[in-house]
Write a protein that binds this ligand. Structure first.
Ligand SMILES: *Cc1c(COP(=O)(O)O)cnc(C)c1O
Length: 389
């Protein structure tokens, strides 16, 4: 499928038909698989003949999901996981051991920070958090025992853009692997492996499903020891993607490219409109000419993505007024849905960190985040008008 365009791959890559020749991907609800004889069973368990063994390892529906996502990311290998966090856990457990050091962007998903500072630290893994936009910071944080660089670009909620190629070069020199969480762009908008990343991580819960239905995740990269170790961890520890969720996400991926482009188009128009609102002091969207890293964003990404954040004059009270005045947009912390959502990061997604840490991260009390869906942009603007009045 490599010669086909992204749209075609999203619809067709990875499809394998059973003896019934079904047109749509089949849902294989089975925990285990039957062997012809003892010799075949033995060969399967050593991974020799590539056939299915047990759905903790993989399953035909999960395998179709893995192959489709690998085609979209331009990766040789993909391991599906139960959630995005399971993908990050599997990557960390597979590649790190006690005494190792991680350099991580300070603008990654909240649970990712928690995983490193509350869980992995107990197993002797130390993490240094650095600015996503300062390549010098990444360089300075390197230690002899640094094994992994981890970043997310653009960041959520402020849309800061990491220079993947420059950070990949620092990682390579340090002998560390670079993992990029590509949840916000998806391969429809950005393919980190092309810029030198070693691993790509996904929360399939977000745009890959795209309709807010199921949890899922994935780790992708070149065939070799790192991906073998990720699969080895999954097979042993079991944070496996369910076949049902894989089947739902496969359906979502069929419309991934058109959704990402349509949601980005609406996000750009909304961002431009927000820039003109007197009550709005700043808009954060990498697709805007006014974004400090607009040129870099447009080199790495096809569009600015679907996440728009803005500062409302008047702090928390004014931000809450914007949120509480909406009637159409859903008040929820989730993103990646065709339904537009709105949230107040300072008191929700970033509510657990100290006010000082929040300020350092640039999360103002007046900040509002909108994850733009597929509704008509005129209706979204009309929904925001009362709160901005
Ligand atoms: C949601 C999210 C995750 C975690 O994914 P889950 O599927 O919720 O476990 C990781 N990274 C980013 C950028 C996310 O938005």
């Amino acid at each position: 499928m490599a010669k086909h365009s992204l749209s075609t791959q999203g619809v067709r890559a990875g499809t394998v038909r059973s003896q019934f020749n079904e047109h749509s991907e089949a849902l294989f609800l089975t925990s285990s698989f039957v062997f012809e004889n003892a010799a075949q069973a033995a060969a399967r368990f050593t991974g020799g003949d590539g056939g299915f063994v047990y759905s903790r390892f993989t399953n035909p529906t999960v395998s179709m999901f893995q192959d489709r996502l690998a085609a979209l990311e331009g990766a040789e290998a993909c391991v599906a996981t139960a959630s995005g966090m399971a993908a990050i856990l599997a990557t960390s457990m597979a590649l790190l051991k006690a005494g190792d050091h991680v350099v991580c962007s300070n603008a990654v998903f909240g649970a990712t920070v928690q995983l490193y500072v509350t869980v992995l630290v107990r197993f002797g893994i130390e993490t240094t958090f650095v600015s996503p936009i300062s390549v010098e910071d990444w360089q300075r944080a390197v230690r002899p025992n640094t094994k992994l660089f981890f970043l997310e670009t653009p960041s959520n909620p402020l849309g800061e853009v990491c220079d993947i190629a420059a950070i990949a070069a620092v990682a390579k020199k340090a002998g560390a692997l670079l993992a990029v969480d590509n949840c916000l762009c998806t391969p429809a908008l950005q393919r980190p492996l092309e810029f030198g990343a070693d691993l790509v991580i996904h929360s399939a819960t977000k745009y890959l499903d795209g309709q807010g239905r199921v949890m899922g995740g994935a780790v992708l990269g070149a065939k070799g020891p790192a991906m073998d170790a990720v699969f080895g961890f999954l097979r042993t520890a079991g944070p496996t993607l369910s076949a049902f969720n894989a089947w739902v996400i496969l359906k979502g991926m069929e419309t991934l490219e058109i959704r990402m482009l349509a949601q980005s188009e609406r996000a750009l128009e909304l961002a431009r409109w927000l820039e003109k609102q007197p009550k709005v002091s700043r808009v954060y969207y990498p697709g805007l000419d006014s974004h400090p890293q607009h040129a870099l964003a447009m080199r790495q990404q096809r569009t600015g993505g679907a996440l728009v954040s803005f500062d409302v004059k008047g702090g928390k009270e004014a931000a809450w007024k914007v949120i509480d005045s909406t009637k159409l947009i859903s008040i929820t912390g989730n993103l990646g849905d065709v339904r537009t959502t709105i949230t107040h990061p300072a008191t929700t997604t970033h509510g657990r960190i100290t006010p000082e840490a929040r300020a350092a991260a640039g999360i103002n009390d007046g900040l509002v985040r909108v994850a733009v869906g597929l509704e008509a942009v005129e209706d979204l603007k009309a929904d925001l008008v009362p709160g901005l009045g």
